[in-house]
Structures are given as structure tokens and as C-alpha cells.
Design a protein around this ligand. Structure first.
Ligand code: FE2
Length: 422
């Protein structure tokens, strides 16, 4: 192959990533491109220790067995290693999707790596990523809630891309549930992932399961198979509930990602809440870093949403009653939630265990195009944005002494800045 043709193919590959596509190139200059279907949605998923490990995933609608990941310290060709991918498949919505996943362990903290996917004689072009610095270094993250969209995912794309353009140095991003409007719809999953473009191929994503991940094509509750297949998440010592909840460390923060789908999953996946409460008190979550932050989808206040447990439409929600005492016991600093599609800061909610300050509770979203009018809660709300709330996101930055959370609308309005200090 001459150099011009190779460069043209590389250009095509990079352009295709913007559409969520990744073209195969010849693995070596002597081989020819076979022009078969590309892989899709190359993405990095958060791992328990972002300084020394990384999970990389991709998917496609043709059989991807036999794929492997080649990786090396940036520019150090002699350190190149290869690791085979785990491949699974899922048939939903009359579509078969193949998912590939590789978890790299033993990486060097704060180091640049390059990697490519290979399958027989073909390969993607080389991508780059950087591992997190050692613990206690500072961290910055972008946080989105409720990226679900009706009609098209243009608003989610705009929110996600705008936030990254404004804060390109962010270390990772989290999406706090309701990623798609329908958890079994191939169209919704494709549009949700495509809207993120190539950013997930360099920065890890920390997903959170929401109630819409548990809605089937018939809008009845279903197991969130597509969500679980789409994200290879850190282990939680439970085969039955793997992927439903997890924890990870990044810089000075221990992040705990919980599952609030008790209503949707208590019959399909019994024991989920009990298992989480048990896991929360295990060694993994014993305080070992300066900050502890919880990500979960449903909020601790009901805001005019009927609660099966309390038989109320306001006040502390069923999820609040399930978790808040444990948060107090664990000394959680901050709890971030979504689901209500608005921004509310409740500060410390002290009424459950008055002897402890408890975490600060902040609700944000949406990041997609679904807007509601959410009533006030005069007992708990300390600040609120106007209604209906436009698309928005949060920035989170932390050192071992100070944690700052700021809300912005996608249009650029500053909503609020909250600073916690040690
Ligand atoms: Fe929700």
C-alpha cells in the first residue's frame, strides 16, 4: 500500500469515530483492508482504581470473537502487549449486538498509553489514554443526569459535547441514570452512544443504572440486560448483582455507585437492596480516602412522586429511607442524584439522625430533552433552579482539602457553586 492510501484510510477511520464507527485498517502495511463492517462505540469504562487499571469496550453487529487489545506505554514499541477480549452477545429488539471488553491491570499511574484493537490481520488505528495520578492527587469530573431523549438525541449530544469543550481537562464523566428513554430499544442505545462521539475512547465513563434502563419495549419493567451488557463494571463480590452497583477510587475521592431500582427490580432481581446495604458496610467502602461521594439515580426526596413504602407523594422518598441512615453511619460527604429533571440543593438533611451532619444532597439534570415542572419542597430545598429546568451538567473538582461542585446549564448559565472543606 502506498503512503497516500494508508493516510486516506486513517483519515476515514478518524472521521468515522465521530459517528460512533471505527473502521478496520490492515494490521500491517503489507495487508489489504477487507472493508467489512466496522466496530462501534469504542469506550473506556471506569475501574476500581483508575491509576492502575482501565476497561476498554467496543461493540458491533457482526461476530467480534477473536478480537484482542494491543497496548503499550506511549511511544515505547518494545513494551507492546496483547490481551484477548471477552466477547458476549445480546439479542434484543430484533438486533444481535456483540460486546467486547478488555480490562488492563498493572498499569503505571499518571502515564500515557496507546492501544488498538486487532482481529486477525486487521486493526484499528492507535488511540491514546492516560492513567490517573496516584491517590490523593486532585480530580475533576463532569456529571450528567438523565441523558434520555425523545425523538432525537441532539440535546444530549449538545450537553455532553458542550461540557467537554468547556472542561476538556476533566478526568472522567459520570451519567447518573436514565441514559436512554427505553432500556430495550436498539435505536435509543445507538443514538445515546453515538452522541458522545470519540470522547469515551480516551476518558472513562462511570454509568449509573436508572429506572428507564429497566423499561422494556412494552414499557413494562424488565431486567436491564442492555445496560449490563454495555458496561463491564468493577466487581462488587456478587455474581447475581454484578453491574448493578460498584465503587471506584479517583484521586482523593472514593465514589460509591448505588442502584435505586427497587421498585422496578424487586421481583425480577430480589434481594438487590439488602445486598447493597450489606456491601455498603464492607471493607471496600470503609473510609480510606479524604472524600466519599455517592452517585445514584433516584432522589431522597419524593417531589410529588407517589412512594409505595411511605404512601406519600412528598417528603423523604422510599430510597431516602432505604439509604440515608447508612450514609450518615459511613460519613458520606456528598450524594448526587437525578431522576427529577431539575436542580435542587438540600444541604445536610438532618432529621433522620440529628446527631450527625450527614451528607450534602444535590439533585441535577436533565442532560437530555425531557423537561418537567417539579414542585418545591419547602422543608428540604435550600436552593432551586427555575422551572422547567433547561439541560444542565455539573463539574466536580477536588483536592484532599476541598471539594467544589458547580452546576451550569448547557446554554452557559451558572446555576450554583457548592464548596465543601475538610
Ligand atoms: Fe428516572
Amino acid at each position: 500500500m502506498d503512503i497516500t492510501r494508508r493516510k486516506f484510510l486513517q483519515f476515514c477511520g478518524q472521521a468515522a469515530i465521530l459517528l460512533g464507527l471505527e473502521a478496520w485498517l490492515p494490521k500491517s502495511a503489507s495487508a489489504a483492508s477487507d472493508g467489512t463492517m466496522p466496530i462501534r462505540f469504542l469506550r473506556h469504562i471506569i475501574t476500581a482504581d483508575a491509576a492502575t487499571s482501565r476497561t476498554i469496550m467496543w461493540q458491533g453487529n457482526v461476530n467480534l470473537s477473536g478480537c484482542a487489545l494491543e497496548y503499550r506505554l506511549s511511544g515505547q514499541v518494545r513494551t507492546t502487549q496483547s490481551q484477548p477480549a471477552m466477547t458476549t452477545s445480546l439479542v434484543e429488539d430484533n438486533v444481535t449486538t456483540f460486546f467486547c471488553s478488555v480490562t488492563l491491570n498493572g498499569l503505571t499511574p499518571d502515564s500515557a498509553y496507546e492501544y488498538r484493537i486487532v482481529q486477525k490481520e486487521r486493526a484499528t488505528h492507535w488511540h491514546r489514554f492516560k492513567t490517573a495520578p496516584p491517590a490523593l492527587s486532585s480530580v475533576s469530573a463532569l456529571i450528567f443526569c438523565d441523558s434520555q431523549c425523545g425523538g432525537d438525541y441532539g440535546v444530549w449530544q449538545q450537553t455532553f459535547q458542550t461540557a467537554w469543550q468547556r472542561y476538556p481537562q476533566s478526568d472522567f464523566c459520570a451519567i447518573l441514570g436514565d441514559l436512554t428513554d427505553n432500556g430495550q430499544s436498539n435505536w435509543h442505545w445507538d443514538r445515546f452512544l453515538a452522541a458522545m462521539g470519540s470522547l469515551p475512547s480516551t476518558r472513562p465513563l462511570a454509568p449509573v443504572m436508572g429506572n428507564h434502563e429497566c423499561y422494556g419495549l412494552d414499557w413494562k419493567f424488565c431486567l436491564p440486560r442492555r445496560y449490563l451488557a454495555s458496561f463491564s463494571l468493577p466487581p462488587n463480590n456478587s455474581t447475581k448483582f454484578q453491574g448493578c452497583f460498584y465503587a471506584f477510587d479517583y484521586g482523593p475521592i472514593h465514589f460509591i455507585v448505588l442502584n435505586t431500582q427497587e421498585l422496578e427490580l424487586h421481583e425480577l432481581l430480589p434481594g438487590l437492596l439488602e445486598r447493597q446495604l450489606h456491601w455498603l458496610k464492607q471493607g471496600t467502602n470503609k473510609k480510606h480516602l479524604p472524600w466519599q461521594v455517592v452517585f445514584m439515580h433516584k432522589d431522597v426526596i419524593a417531589y410529588d412522586e407517589y412512594q409505595l413504602g411511605t404512601h406519600q407523594t412528598g417528603g423523604i422518598s422510599d430510597i431516602g429511607h432505604a439509604f440515608m441512615n447508612t450514609f450518615d453511619d459511613l460519613g458520606i460527604d456528598l450524594v448526587l442524584t437525578g431522576h427529577m429533571h431539575t436542580y435542587r440543593n438540600r444541604g445536610h438533611i438532618k432529621n433522620l439522625q440529628p446527631a450527625t451532619a450527614g451528607p450534602v444532597y444535590i439533585l441535577s439534570g436533565p442532560a437530555g430533552n425531557t423537561q418537567y415542572n417539579v414542585p418545591d419542597d419547602k422543608t428540604y430545598d435550600r436552593s432551586a433552579i427555575y422551572q422547567p429546568t433547561p439541560p444542565n451538567y455539573l463539574t466536580l473538582t477536588a483536592t484532599d482539602k476541598e471539594l467544589t461542585l458547580t452546576g451550569y446549564t448547557t446554554g452557559g448559565e451558572h446555576i450554583e457553586t457548592t464548596t465543601l472543606t475538610k
